[in-house]
Ligand binder design. Sequence first.
Ligand SMILES: *Cc1c(COP(=O)(O)O)cnc(C)c1O
Length: 480
Amino acid sequence: MTQSSKLMLDEEERARLWARVTEVIEDYLRRVGEARVSPLIDLEKIRALITTFDFKRAVDPLEAVDRVAEGLWGYQVHTSHPRYFGLFNPAPTTASIAADALVAAFNPQMAAWGHNPFAAEVERHLVGAFGERFGYKPEETDGTFCSGGAEANHTALLTALVKHFPRFAREGLRALPAQPVFYVTGQSHHSFLKAARLCGLGTESVREVEMDENSAMDVGRLSAAIRLDREAGDLPFMVVGTAGTTSAGIIDPLRAMAETARNEKLWFHADAAWGGAAVLVEELRPALFGIERADSITFDAHKWLSVPMGAGLYLTRHTEILEETFSTATSYMPRESRDFGVQDPYNHSMQWSRRFIGLKVFLSLAVAGWEGYEAAIRHQTAMGELLRRELEASSWEVVNRTPLPVACFVDDTKPEGGDARYLEEIAREVVTSGQAWISTTIMGRERAVLRACVTNYRTEAEDVRALVEALNYAREKNGR
Ligand SMILES: *Cc1c(COP(=O)(O)O)cnc(C)c1O
């Protein structure tokens, strides 16, 4: 057998390999609910399994797939499990799994439009479709797919800098007369801190505005902070509103923030990485009013739209800004885009070679329709409401206020029921039982809470009740 045939495999080997892979995938989709939600981590066993591959001897492809499947089954938190009440990580839709396989096989190179006009136009179509759902006008919609929300937020920071400081793109921060600063809350996503470092601003440029009693941005304090910073000689340029915080699903007052940003002539960015999906459902949409006025929006399809990671989307109303931020001239890239008056993706994104991220969103949406997604979002929202009711019926106090299906809660039956250490113990008990997965977090500035989020469209009432039972059991076990 020649070397190249080991890479391609022959027809018969390929047929067996595809059959085995689809068998493994189908088995996983059917039976994941029977597994422990989280693994018992045994690092020695994991490493022993991996080091059975020493690459000195070529392994039969089916055997290799089986051993890899054993590792995946045994040693990961199964975010596809209906009792995973976790951190926005989805159970991928079936169509999106198929799409990712097609992308791997056809492997379109997303840098240049001319290399794969179909793929590039699919993403353009999606940018338009989601822009419209968020309330942007068609002629004022642009965007790019990203690795995830962190890259989308980084892109927002860069585009805001380019827009606000015309000298920034060419001359950098040193051309600016003072320190640029932007506004978040203590509950905004931490990717803004990284992005501030990556942009050369430093984390001190990130101003945390005090929150109101519901852990949302306090707009009065935002205005005061902007005034004080200006008086101190700093240069405010951006305000970030979160539509569905990671910890507690809190939605900042987007409309009022948009108004403040407009009056102060600042870029308004809405981080709707998870919560943005609420715009797809009529009764939830009002919770996000004001997002249509955002200069840019972060939205992650790999969260509530349940496609495999990573599928971030950066949207903006400023159709020129991505090109101003990212375009470069090269001698070697294909040029068909010029003939057709379209953008090359590499001039529109911080990535160059890029995976065709959009197809998993496109195929999933094609198969489910908006209707299918509306039904899933409604179902999860209803499960969130059931979760809140069941928790309160068992004397867990729900302390966050949001229409989205994430509950933050403490134990109402014990004096230590709100202590961080006690709540961590409860979460650990639930997780190690293998029955469900939940976590702890901090709400507001310092309130420790348990956190459970209905992230999975397959979560049913019985799963919600099983979680509350596991919690009640953990509480009893920690009785003395
Ligand atoms: C998850 C999340 C992010 C980060 O997105 P990644 O896709 O993990 O990079 C940013 N903001 C919010 C509000 C999030 O929930």
